[in-house]
Write a protein that binds this ligand. Structure first.
Ligand code: C2O
Ligand code: CU
Length: 543
């Protein structure tokens, strides 16, 4: 394999969008940040120098980092932050991932501006893509733009317990596009040659919204998700949830002209915000700009039938060159309820800005995660007491009721830093059960350190007798982030063969901030090659 070296300089840089100029934290002064490109099985050393104002960490989303949780990144889970003026070199170990992943800051809300793509090409000297080699490739990063400082925004919201302000725009490769006010700045342009096929590597780096995405006049084919190939899906639109990545083949086979590429939110819950459609331009070479550029037809924002219809088509490629191994027998089963809740105001000083004068919170199995002030991985590795508890429950409290539509009763979760301990080598099934507590909506659940097979999903309550009968154990998709349907469930499986301390959380950033997180600790195995490697010598110092 090859070893790659990158330098990431974190610093505040002025950016202007929607006629607002603000200093914001960036890597190497770019938004989105630089692309990391490797071949399957390579390694990258990424030296992160923090020249910003606050401590920061970086996470390599979807990279499993076998035996190396030290470089995974979530703040106070696997490391303490890199303080201003300091640096840390991440050792990013690629294993079986192939396709597109991404990297992002994993401290408060800094990922809004600190993120970029990871392109993993097929292994050198191997068989190449499982589809004809495209003429060219391009990354497309969907992101959120806030006119105000994101750190102040989330700090203020958490201080009063209310809902943080929504973003002011969505962007494609950094630009909101022509449909926003005061956006006559640059729009991202994808230049294509008629008759050629392009591989578009799409990243949803948006903070809080699932997105529909389409290209005017063109159908395309989805060929990979979350760094694993899928059976090709010809389609006119996709739904992509925060944290996910999708690889798309687009053939420029229409009348040479200009066409809009567009994305806008999918809001199953009917949440009262929009902010709204981001665009880029698909531009055939050697044509003059038309007076009207056509927009694609996107499903309407509450169209969950279209969202589900696309999602249900995703199946692993599962052929001889890209085999899968789905655990058939489960040795560790955990049922996890996913809820947005409220907490009594006593926990805050001052006004509570949430509904009913409470503060908003969120929970898994009715436990609202409290991020510790020092990191769990070091505490676990060195057996330091009082940082976390190991009693995350294997099932929710009995009083949960998943049925019904909108409950007016908000359950009060317990606040704690509880981790789920798993034996090395266990065949794990996690069932996420969406609840009707709070505002029911989809939750894109993400697990660090693993990809997992999505073996089943449906509306209603998961049922131990009837639900497993509906599972797909032949070609379930292998992903790192999955949208759990509102008032429904999703079952995932994986073999716990990567020891470490692995964060698991909703990838809607406001839910993660409210406590929709936990940590899975997979114990060391019996032999060399099944144990966590030694900590790097330059690990950031904890306060
Ligand atoms: Cu993409 Cu823990 O995150
Ligand atoms: Cu969520």
């Amino acid at each position: 394999y090859n070893v790659h070296n990158y330098t990431f300089i974190l610093k505040e840089t002025n950016f202007t969008r929607l006629c607002f100029t603000k200093p914001m934290l960036t890597v190497n002064a770019s938004f989105p940040g630089p692309t990391i490109q490797v071949n399957k099985g390579d390694k990258a050393f990424i030296n992160v120098q923090n020249n910003g104002k606050y401590g920061v960490t970086i996470h390599w989303h979807g990279v499993k980092q076998p035996l190396n949780p030290w470089s995974d990144g979530p703040e106070n889970i696997t490391q303490c932050p890199i303080q201003p003026g300091k640096n840390f070199t991440y050792e990013v170990i690629f294993s079986d991932e192939e396709g597109t992943l991404w990297w992002h800051a994993h401290s408060d809300w800094s990922r809004a501006t600190v993120h970029g793509p990871i392109v993993i090409l097929p292994q050198q000297g191997g068989k190449g893509y499982p589809f004809p080699k495209p003429y060219a490739e391009q990354t497309l990063v969907l992101a959120s733009w806030f006119n105000t400082d994101v750190k102040e925004l989330i700090d203020d919201a958490m201080a009063i317990g209310g809902d943080p302000a929504v973003s002011d725009a969505f962007t494609i490769n950094g630009w909101p596009g022509a449909l926003y006010n005061c956006s006559n700045e640059t729009i991202y342009r994808l230049q294509v040659v008629h008759g050629k096929t392009y591989l578009l590597r799409l990243v949803n780096a948006i903070m809080n919204e699932e997105m529909f995405f389409a290209i005017a006049g063109h159908n395309f084919t989805v060929v990979a998700q979350d760094g694993a190939y899928i059976k090709p899906i010809p389609t006119s639109y996709i739904m992509i949830t925060p944290g996910q990545t999708m690889d798309i083949l687009l053939t420029a086979n229409q009348t040479p002209s200009y066409y809009y590429i567009a994305a806008r939110p999918f809001f199953d819950s009917g949440a009262p915000f929009d902010n709204t459609t981001t665009t880029a331009i698909l531009q055939y070479t050697n044509v003059t700009a038309p007076t009207n550029i056509s927009l694609p037809t996107l499903p309407i924002q509450t169209d969950h039938a279209s969202a589900d219809n696309f999602t249900s088509k995703i199946k692993a490629l599962a052929n001889n060159d890209h085999p899968i191994s789905v655990p058939q027998n489960v040795t560790k089963h955990v049922l996890i309820t996913v809820s947005v809740n409220q907490l009594p105001c006593e926990l805050t000083n001052g006004t509570c800005g949430g509904p009913n004068g409470n503060r908003i919170s969120a929970s898994l199995n009715n436990i609202s995660f409290a991020t510790p002030t020092t990191d769990i991985l070091q505490a676990y590795y060195r057996s330091l007491p009082d940082v976390f508890d190991s009693d995350f429950p294997n099932q929710p409290p009995l009083f949960f009721n998943f049925s019904g539509v909108n409950s007016s009763t908000y359950l009060l979760p317990e606040v704690g830093t509880k981790v789920l301990l798993i034996e090395y080598g266990a065949s794990v099934e996690l069932v996420y059960q969406g609840t009707n507590v709070g505002n029911p909506e989809n939750h894109p659940m993400h697990l660090h350190g693993y990809s997992f097979y999505v073996v089943g999903s449906a509306y209603g309550n998961w049922n131990a007798t009837t639900s497993p009968a509906t599972y797909n154990l032949n070609d379930p998709p292998l992903v790192n982030t999955i949208g759990v349907p509102k008032n429904g469930w999703t079952a995932i499986r994986f073999v716990a063969n990567n020891p470490g301390v692995w964060f698991m959380h909703c990838h809607l950033e406001r839910h993660a901030s409210w406590g929709m997180d936990t940590v899975i600790v997979v114990k060391n195995g019996p032999s060399k090659g099944t144990r966590i490697q030694r900590p790097p010598s330059n690990l950031p110092i904890c306060a």
